[in-house]
Design a protein around this ligand. Structure first.
Ligand code: DX5
Ligand code: ZN
Length: 216
């Protein structure tokens, strides 16, 4: 997969016009479509689940990237993959048996990602880095769109990149939270492959144009 990928987050879309927004993304230079699932337990917010995923499945033409911010993700990953998820990411902090969940996702035919909260150190990936297809570094505390980017993220991206190279891992690095036109190129420069952007895309006057600019 090529570098400098943009994954607009549906969390900031207009849910009254979800099909319209997904079609806009289909026509745009967006590479992936990021789907944020929140359960009100792992994070202090509830977003959406399978009914919205069904609309995504029916209309999205892009690679579907599902970010599970839920406890016991192993109970639900199969269903998300059945509904068209190309990649499913689970939080390290939510998995007692992370290795098992990563295998479960891959055995079901999808790519598997592991997510780190801002306070979780990169070193904890040491024994899973060869197994995962993606590492998602959270650059805000998960739960809400439109939050301020945490500057320590650059350091974590570089540490992750070093670990990937040291281990001959093929994992991509994704960054999620507070990504905007001011920090995107610096994040790509630090080693990120995929940037999630919610507010920066959907609150802009021309979302399709903003997606293009985020790649510059
Ligand atoms: C935060 C979610 C993010 C969120 C990003 O918990 O995981 O994907 O939608 O939104 P912005 O880009 O607005 O910070
Ligand atoms: Zn997300």
């Amino acid at each position: 997969m090529k570098n400098k990928l943009i994954a607009p987050s549906l969390l900031s879309a207009d849910f009254g016009n979800l099909q319209r927004d997904i079609e806009m993304l289909n026509e745009s230079q967006a590479d992936w479509l990021h789907v944020d699932v929140m359960d009100g337990r792992f994070v202090p917010n509830i977003s959406f689940g399978f009914p919205v995923m069904k609309t995504v499945q029916e209309h999205a033409k892009k690679f579907v990237d599902v970010h599970l911010m839920i406890v016991e993700p192993e109970k639900y990953v199969d269903e998300f993959i059945n509904m068209g998820a190309d990649l499913v990411s689970v939080h390290l902090e939510a998995c007692t048996h992370l290795h098992r969940v990563i295998n479960q996702i891959q055995d079901k035919g999808a790519k598997a990602g592991v997510v780190l909260n801002p306070a979780t150190p990169v070193i904890l990936l040491e024994d899973i880095i060869k197994e995962v297809d993606l590492v998602l570094i959270m650059s805000v505390n998960p739960g809400f769109g439109g939050q301020k980017f945490i500057e320590n993220t650059y350091k974590k991206v570089k540490e992750t990149k070093d670990m990937i190279l040291d281990n001959n891992s093929t994992a991509l690095i994704q960054v999620d939270g507070g990504v905007n036109l001011d920090n995107a190129s610096k994040l790509f420069g630090a080693g990120a492959d995929v940037l999630v952007a919610g507010n920066a895309v959907f609150a802009s006057e021309n979302p399709a144009k903003t997606i293009e600019l985020l790649k510059l």
